[in-house]
Ligand binder design. Structure first.
Ligand SMILES: [Zn+2]
Ligand SMILES: [Zn+2]
Length: 251
């Protein structure tokens, strides 16, 4: 059974989205670009034509499967990276407060029109500036655009990620060259870390081994000598936490 208040709210959000979307499209001319690309790890959606590009921060509201006719919220989907779904849980919380079941059921039978409604609700509740749904065969992805990101900032965000052979594309981490996947040699972090934590713009995951720590203390901090001894390398965030687990067994 449909909740009458819910229906009204959904309709209101959909109308609001139509206006929002007109404004978004005319302001940024996203249909004028040849290519698009999105990255769930860093949360950036990029439209480009050769060198010319425009970037946005986006959230993934959910996906609609044309094969099974089901909607699945991103927060219910473990294949979706945290960066693009963590804020979508505010929609679920609102659903609990308002007793709107469609916002609290992770996955249910639906249709494409309703998928747009759910996306419109997400846009309203997360203060989105527009939506984007790339054309695809079976699985439709509904994205809510959060904000425009200038090219310099977008590059700075992209620079904080690395391609890892084992873990694909992840945030970067800096470790001393001695750390590996076999030996327990200590794990000295520059600050206490946990998986999927938010980092400030100028913070990075950093750690070094016991030997490096001895040299660092002898040299009274990081200087040319202690840096040369550490011989810092870049690894991915997941590798970092795997090494942390090996050394500290913290999990
Ligand atoms: Zn070391
Ligand atoms: Zn890795």
């Amino acid at each position: 059974m449909k909740h009458p208040e819910y229906n009204e709210f959904a309709k209101f959000c959909l109308h609001e989205l139509i206006e929002l979307q007109d404004d978004f499209k005319s302001r940024y001319d996203i249909d004028g670009y040849e290519d698009w690309f999105y990255n769930q790890s860093n949360g950036l959606l990029t439209f480009s034509t050769e060198e010319d590009q425009i970037n946005f921060r986006y959230l993934l509201a959910g996906t609609f499967s044309k094969r099974s006719n089901t909607w699945k919220w991103s927060w219910d989907n473990e294949n979706i990276m945290p960066e693009v779904k963590k804020e979508v849980s505010s929609v679920k919380n609102f659903g609990y407060q308002s007793e709107f079941e469609k916002l609290t059921n992770g996955c249910f039978e639906s249709d494409e029109e309703e998928a747009w409604e759910l996306t419109a609700i997400t846009a309203r509740l997360t203060k989105g500036i527009g939506v984007y749904r790339p054309a695809s065969e079976d699985l439709l992805t509904f994205m809510v655009i959060q904000e425009f990101v200038d090219n310099e900032t977008a590059q700075a965000i992209k620079d904080k990620y690395v391609e890892c052979g084992a873990h694909e594309y992840r945030r970067r981490a800096f470790v001393c060259n001695h750390l590996n996947y076999r030996d327990k040699i200590g794990f000295e972090e520059s600050f206490e870390t946990y998986e999927n934590m938010q980092l400030e713009d100028d913070d990075d995951f950093q750690d070094w081994c016991n030997e490096c720590e001895k040299v660092r203390q002898k040299e009274d901090g990081w200087n040319d000598n202690s840096m040369a001894f550490a011989d810092i390398k870049v690894i991915c965030e997941q590798c970092y936490f795997d090494m942390k687990e090996l050394n500290l067994g913290y999990r």
